[in-house]
Write a protein that binds this ligand. Sequence first.
Ligand SMILES: *Cc1c(COP(=O)(O)O)cnc(C)c1O
Length: 491
Amino acid sequence: MKTEELTLDPANWEDFRSLAHQMTDDILDYLSTLRSRPAWQPMPEGVRARLQTEPVPFVGQGEQAAYRAFVEDVLPYPNGNIHPRFFGWVQGNGTPLGMMADMLGAAINPHMAGFNQAPALVEAQVIRWFTQLMGFPESASGVLALGGSMANVLGLAIARNAHAGFDIRAEGLLQSKSRLMVYTSTETHRWIVKGMEFLGLGRNSLRRIPVQPDFQVDIKLLREAIRQDRRDGHLPICVVGNAGTVNTAATDNLQELAALCREEKLWFHVDGAFGALARLSDRLRPIVAGIEEADSMAFDFHKWMYQPFDVACLLVRDRKIHEASFSNPASYLASMSRGVIAGGLPFAELSMDLTRNFRALKVWMGMKAHGVDMFAKLIEQNVDQAQRLAQCVREHPELELLAPAPLNIVCFRFAPAGVEEDQLNSLNEEILLQLQESGIAVPSSTVIQGRFAIRCAIVNHRSRWEDFEILIAAVVRLGNELLIQAARTTA
Ligand SMILES: *Cc1c(COP(=O)(O)O)cnc(C)c1O
């Protein structure tokens, strides 16, 4: 008896083609009219309940039905970061071309452990372009990673392996005679704490060095901490500098950090998640001077290169040291002189991942389509918007700038004369939540020296200056309305 053989390819390619065309048309309509929609909207309870309680679908309902569910329950309720007035956390927008590149990459679905065919060469080319753009030597090495967190942790792992002083890959930390110490500023993103824990170094082996008023690490205190740790019998291994901190976009003095690391024989890693990309602009490059002296650096393409999530990059100055951290021969993965696996699996030798997607394609196509000069101009546009926003805050009698704004992050609050300091935190928190819930704009928040700040991180290629005018007007209006309400309830 002959049974029907199954496949997930469409039963009718023509029907699927029209559905695929409809998906493309619908989503391009959506992207081209973003500005007419709220920056964010809360989900109706019914939709939320559906997504939380739907039983396992044992029997399929077809592609049409699956797409309808996306259109009704998912499409209207994302977190908002593609909108022109989204300035929260540090989240890029993505691009229409990047979206299509992701589709094409998924269509050919290559296995990105290596395999020395076109897709691997595309990733190698992206890395080669960026070693040049970041001022690294041509012999440097690199790998694309999921996000800045993972790219940074990979850098930290390489630092640990290179400076432990024994074969830590073989023996593990138990063999260590002294505590391996890592140094960074109090402003460094929290990936570093997770990374210290994940790598077995322990978060108590991380020294968080205080910053100066400009939020750059205090290098004098850093030097003293390193020397004190040596006197106490610990082994300093690595300094992590910041190119653009997550709170205020401060950049450490990377040249001095590089010099200190050379002097103290420490690995120098730079977290440049978004700030490293300032190097693409002639005008902004001096801000991150010294980044090219790092032993390793990490940055995101999905923040200030505007690509769809997720794609980040780790660069390592010394290819041999990079490979020595992750190479791991196995017979079932061995290279051969010809055939599909000729050339081996070089990317598997450079990170924890084996199977990886073709995230390089969107970066490669984006660079070819728009050119690096266009990205540099967009980055400058974001910095100009931030500088103008900071200037408006300084000049506005009811607003207060809470931190220097050296790059693309502005932290401010509504603080008119006569309002007590102890009211300002809850007042500004309420302003922020009403801004978000009304869908007017989505900044996020932070706390600067105990003061609640409305925080705009501008990595948005869709924002225009008018969007910031709308934001400022809304903050002032909401602030004054809340003050009037408060006066009424106490009266
Ligand atoms: C966003 C960010 C990270 C983490 O990067 P992900 O891509 O979100 O994993 C690390 N450091 C800084 C400074 C960041 O802004």
